[in-house]
Design a protein around this ligand. Sequence first.
Ligand code: KDG
Ligand code: MG
Length: 408
Amino acid sequence: MKITGAKVFVGGPAKNYVTLKIMTDQGVHGLGDATLNNRETLPAKYLQDYLIPNLIGMDPRNSEDIWQYFYRGAYFRRGPIAMAAFGAIDTALWDIKGKLANMPLYQLFGGKSRDGAMVYAHATGADLPDLMDSVASYVEQGYKAVRVQCGIPSMPTASYAVPDKKGGEGDYITDYSGIIPKTEIWDTDRYMRYMPSALMEVREKFEPDLKILHDVHHRLSPREAAAFAKAVEPVGLYWLEDPTPAEDQDALRLIRQHSTTPIAIGEVFNSIWDCNKLIENELIDFIRVAATYGGGITHLKRIIDLAALHHVRTGFHGAPSHSPISMAAQHHLNAWAPNFGIQEYLVLGTKECDALFPSAHVMTDGMFYVSDAPGLGVDFDEKEVARYEYKAGSHPIVRLEDGTMWDY
Ligand code: KDG
Ligand code: MG
């Protein structure tokens, strides 16, 4: 069996999804997702110029060897662009494998460990009353878990993932007016003074069963993060996410020494080498590496297995920039993984997304149920993608009030 060709498409509703389609001489095709938010053209180019020419003629069933070929074969390894590009190849090869076996992917991993997998949504508000309304609307829809973010009084601008005015809606992360980023102003002291009590108010307003998550988005030093994690202990968070910038694996030790608040990290990691020490030393509770920029299913499975040995559960990144293809890869892993925790779930523009990526997967009452269709169980409509053009976008940058650059 041979790979005969591969095509890359860039476009979609709300996001510039990078979709890879791999064709074979047996008429079976596979789909992968190489979307890297606000840098979408780069994995697309890497695929077109370097990886696809190498793929032609390979046996698509040898997904492990093909993974090693691209990983070990690249002298300059890793990084989100390369890992997104060959993560898409790997996912597409698993899709082909599932279709050849006439089985949904979760069966190839070891079958189902649960019927449905719990997901969480993003509740957000310019201020606390706004946030409460947002949480209430998700609770009404049946969500069992929500991530909560809200504006900080007297912060000069909106903070991470928060609208700048009450009732604001949309994508607070990507600004599609161009590639020059907007600036957000950050003040750690105001955040540390306000946020623990705001989280406590959310806890007191809703049923105790509601799982509450909060994302610090890499903004605290290890000492500040330890103090924050300790301060929010009475809230009983399901997790505290990305408390410190992710490059420093040792930073997490200080947090652990001072608090029992569960820690989630990893959405910007792109290989096992970014988190192996965190997992082996049991410094975190949830690992968030995504199939998209984490090298696809083959590599994510390795991370899940390592994590399972150390009481670390999964909580894969599921921001709107992941297309239904990589989300399906994660949903199949979630159905199987013995150490599944929770799945972030946000697909923007759902009606249009369904037309572009038809599938029979179901999300209801805050739970995700994978279909039994072979492979990933997601199709891709090539005519539909032609409706969309690439739109340049940017993440905000963050500065302190005196102008110092900070971490977004
Ligand atoms: O592109 C950046 C987003 O993926 C990120 O800001 C989302 O932190 C995020 C999350 O937890 O979903
Ligand atoms: Mg996050």
